[in-house]
Ligand binder design. Sequence first.
Ligand SMILES: *Cc1c(COP(=O)(O)O)cnc(C)c1O
Length: 394
Amino acid sequence: MSFLPYGRQDILEEDIDAVTQVLRSDLITQGPKVAEFEQGVAGYCGAQFAVAVNSATSALHLACLALDIGPGDEVWTSPNTFVASANCVRLCGADVNFVDIDHLTYNLCATALAAKLARHRQQGSPLPRAVIVVHFAGQSCDMQAIAKLSDEYDFSIIEDASHAIGARYRGVAIGACQYSDITVFSFHPVKIITTAEGGMATTNSEYLSRRMRLLRTHGVHKPVVDCDDEEAEPWVYEQHDLGLNYRMTDIQAALGLSQLGRLDQYIERRHALARRYDKMLSSMNLVTPYQSEFGASSYHLYPILVGQEADGRTCRRELYKHLTGRGIGVNIHYIPVHTQPYYQRLGHLPGDYPVAESYYSRTLSLPLFGVMTDEEQDRVVICLQELLNVQLAA
Ligand SMILES: *Cc1c(COP(=O)(O)O)cnc(C)c1O
């Protein structure tokens, strides 16, 4: 039987046509398709501005740079995320600190954030310039609670919504930046829609969008020249800041635009598959993902928690081996970032964020993608049953 990955892109003939059209045109780097894709995503989310870049990692970096995060600053994020959510802070020369996760949603816990902020204020320890929240698996964080804290403690909010395009919070699309300064999306092929590599930042701040645009292209700006001006120097470009080359290509943007048209369809299918998993797994010794009442997840991931013995042992390793051995590409999201050797070198220690670490010891992401069939899903459930039943019998 063929290998079933945990996530997979869906490329149709119409996507290929959109891409080849660009390849046959004069502009294959940043051109009109990038602008169109930006407008498409901004329109979908209800944000005023969108800045397309070559990855979500780049978008996170630009977001931090635009907010003037730098040496001496601290930025807080969730340990239950991909390393890029923390690395963007280090790339600006600032320090990363973490806030433990909620045991139900696996998102940065607003209550733990409130407690840590109060403790740091009382002890005179550094308070964050910004907090990067991660909508884990596509489920929104408790944004109202976090925004309230940002008013009280005066920090900026960046949403790492790499998992969450198409998701909603209290009826509003993620990316609308209702409770944040900037939201970042990823278009890597395992995410909801893809541009191969690619990312986007949305914001309602004209200033932040201008900063990110400038820094996306070396910090270089080309003044508009008056053609009637005899003294004009139309060749002139001016570097105003130290930027990078983080541009998206029109080839990627054409793919993204074409995919964007099917976003709602993918989300709907992911919801149907999640409901099916919920039902089929309900009698097994495992925990299915909790859904908060205020959100509509994009279901980028379907992370289950395997049962735990009294001595703390789990069958996660056996389950991982059993499923991968049968061609089912399960995965683990995430190894807590603070336990990575790089972050341990910076002084973070295993044990610092016990909820994230306990979650990590039990989690397993089952295959889920926008064009997964019922039959493929049945295959996963049958394999899970095989091992869990054997375990019950033993
Ligand atoms: C995938 C991912 C990223 C990085 O996205 P790229 O587009 O691959 O750079 C960042 N944060 C999270 C939470 C992700 O899942």
